[in-house]
Design a binder for this molecule. Sequence first.
Ligand SMILES: Cc1cc2nc3c(=O)[nH]c(=O)nc-3n(C[C@H](O)[C@H](O)[C@H](O)COP(=O)(O)OP(=O)(O)OC[C@H]3O[C@@H](n4cnc5c(N)ncnc54)[C@H](O)[C@@H]3O)c2cc1C
Ligand SMILES: *[C@@H]1O[C@H](CO)[C@@H](O)[C@H](O)[C@H]1NC(C)=O
Ligand SMILES: *[C@@H]1O[C@H](CO)[C@@H](O)[C@H](O)[C@H]1NC(C)=O
Ligand SMILES: *[C@@H]1O[C@H](CO)[C@@H](O)[C@H](O)[C@H]1NC(C)=O
Ligand SMILES: *[C@@H]1O[C@H](CO)[C@@H](O)[C@H](O)[C@H]1NC(C)=O
Ligand SMILES: *[C@@H]1O[C@H](CO)[C@@H](O)[C@H](O)[C@H]1NC(C)=O
Ligand SMILES: *[C@@H]1O[C@H](CO)[C@@H](O)[C@H](O)[C@H]1NC(C)=O
Ligand SMILES: *[C@@H]1O[C@H](CO)[C@@H](O)[C@H](O)[C@H]1NC(C)=O
Ligand SMILES: *[C@@H]1O[C@H](CO)[C@@H](O)[C@H](O)[C@H]1NC(C)=O
Ligand SMILES: *[C@@H]1O[C@H](CO)[C@@H](O)[C@H](O)[C@H]1NC(C)=O
Length: 477
Amino acid sequence: MFGPSELAFCLLAISGVVSASNNSASQFDPCSYAAADVLVRDVIVIGGGASGTYGAIALKDAGRSVAVVEKQGNFGGHVNTYNDAATGLALEYGVQGYSNDSITRAFFERFNVPFIPLFAGVAQLVEDFNIGKNVTPVTGNSILTWSNFTNAYYPDPALGVHLPSPVPEDLLLPFRDFIKKYHIEDAAFLIWSISGPTDNLLDQLTLYVVLGANAASAPIPGGAPYIPEVATRNNSEVYGKAQVELGKSALLNSQVVASQRSNKSVKLVVQSGSSKKLLIASQVLYSAPIILDNLNTFDLDSREHDIFKEVYYTAWYTTLVTDTGLAPGYSYENAANNTLYNIPIEPYTFHIGPSRINTTFYAFYGATHATSEADVRAAITQNIRTLSGNTSSPKILAFASHTPFKQLVSADAIRAGFYDKLNALQGYRGMFYTGNALDVSGSSSLYNFTQHLVPGIQKAVAANKVPADAGKCKRGW
Ligand SMILES: Cc1cc2nc3c(=O)[nH]c(=O)nc-3n(C[C@H](O)[C@H](O)[C@H](O)COP(=O)(O)OP(=O)(O)OC[C@H]3O[C@@H](n4cnc5c(N)ncnc54)[C@H](O)[C@@H]3O)c2cc1C
Ligand SMILES: *[C@@H]1O[C@H](CO)[C@@H](O)[C@H](O)[C@H]1NC(C)=O
Ligand SMILES: *[C@@H]1O[C@H](CO)[C@@H](O)[C@H](O)[C@H]1NC(C)=O
Ligand SMILES: *[C@@H]1O[C@H](CO)[C@@H](O)[C@H](O)[C@H]1NC(C)=O
Ligand SMILES: *[C@@H]1O[C@H](CO)[C@@H](O)[C@H](O)[C@H]1NC(C)=O
Ligand SMILES: *[C@@H]1O[C@H](CO)[C@@H](O)[C@H](O)[C@H]1NC(C)=O
Ligand SMILES: *[C@@H]1O[C@H](CO)[C@@H](O)[C@H](O)[C@H]1NC(C)=O
Ligand SMILES: *[C@@H]1O[C@H](CO)[C@@H](O)[C@H](O)[C@H]1NC(C)=O
Ligand SMILES: *[C@@H]1O[C@H](CO)[C@@H](O)[C@H](O)[C@H]1NC(C)=O
Ligand SMILES: *[C@@H]1O[C@H](CO)[C@@H](O)[C@H](O)[C@H]1NC(C)=O
């Protein structure tokens, strides 16, 4: 039987008025929650972006029960779609395209979302965004030397980052030194224009330049046969359909606030909108950025904490802009007219691309550190006005933050085996990891990476099935 205080507690639970504190065991007890707020699943997926949505659907299709904990109000992550009321068109200002490979095709076909050719525009202009003048960076054959180098260390992006031990010092050189050592000056600008924003290119460790611009995943000379990029009429559609299919198992506006983990099972307390829920599962598939701010509520042990504490991150912001005065169908690449190799220095608007509406463009802005929305808006507006020859008054229709974006560690951490240690966490204490920290080569590559994790997750679930009644309040009554 139970005493008066437990009775009061259970009554509170039944009426749904529960306030569990972080350190009390009661927050992991189903009796502290209304029955509807306790979810028992084979796998909990953290993050409903590219890799998390793919993983949740792959596991569901393999017969496993899943729930997804997503911080934002919708699935899709780095996908941003603007609904243009006047035309009914979906205008993309986040993720633009996918590889037309068999894994990606199967995923989109499952949701009956057809591919269309990527809207790449008519031509590209390379201009200094601060002065509105054409710049012609040198380009030459040394890109082949670079391609060879990347093929030696990163031939299979979808298998993740696996480095020789000891880690070759070439990979830990600041890229400015690598360029000189291997005389690839005439490839520097092209490499910059392929990489997304992260640290300033010449300051980056060569490893991160390999991850950002490699022959296996970018259309550069000396690279793998290029699988044409495709888009959809609405890049949010596949994620919206997955969210609808998961129904109540798609927890939106939700974040983990406390955890109890072992190899056999995981309990997560999730703040979901205004309510708290208890999620009990065999395993977790984690797909959100691997930074301590996200992971410190996951009951980390010292081994995990020591790995995650090394990670820092860079920033990426996107906007959709109309009344630009830019040339219809053109894309614009930034190039500084007065820097080494014409590589612009952050923070900067680095790329402006056309949408399906002539006057409307998306603009990408990168920074080494988080930057205020007002500063980003002002810089993009100014750059576009300059590129229009001071003729336009650009209006920003939509803004999105993709920060944290790149997840990076120092040369010392890499030398000390950071990537081996991160890879070795797969399955440790009930957690598997996917997403940008493990494979930076885009959505299609991440679907593939995530698919490779599924057998291991299946095995762990089969070995540690959560009892069907794990979510029942077993006190009294
Ligand atoms: C602007 C932009 C454009 C890009 N364009 C392309 C492109 O055209 N093609 C391409 O292949 N790749 C593109 N990329 C690369 C992109 O990073 C990958 O394609 C892919 O979206 C990464 O998937 P992910 O699952 O790692 O991250 P995401 O898609 O961001 O998914 C992570 C999810 O986790 C959620 N989350 C974050 N923190 C938490 C938390 N604490 N708890 C719960 N949930 C959380 C996020 O809200 C998000 O939904 C682009 C990236 C950016 C930023
Ligand atoms: C639990 O801890 C997190 C961060 O560790 C904090 O943000 C949150 O407010 C705490 N919740 C409670 C109920 O104490
Ligand atoms: C694109 O798809 C999303 C998700 O399903 C939906 O909310 C949105 O209305 C769609 N936009 C257009 C223009 O069809
Ligand atoms: C994608 O690839 C398939 C198979 O090769 C092809 O049939 C299809 O036309 C391609 N789609 C686009 C939009 O390029
Ligand atoms: C690249 O590697 C190939 C074979 O691995 C070799 O034949 C070629 O000469 C190399 N090219 C450069 C520019 O290093
Ligand atoms: C998935 O990744 C592996 C490893 O890089 C690769 O061999 C395979 O071709 C990829 N599959 C697809 C469909 O791209
Ligand atoms: C850069 O542009 C400015 C302004 O047009 C010009 O004065 C300067 O000569 C240019 N510098 C180089 C290196 O081209
Ligand atoms: C868009 O621009 C192109 C190229 O200038 C032009 O041919 C086309 O008519 C324009 N479309 C609209 C709707 O204005
Ligand atoms: C646009 O204005 C800036 C000053 O705001 C000036 O430096 C630049 O020369 C002008 N460009 C044109 C094409 O008039
Ligand atoms: C948990 O699993 C890991 C392997 O992922 C293993 O090293 C460890 O010994 C296990 N711990 C327990 C308590 O079983």
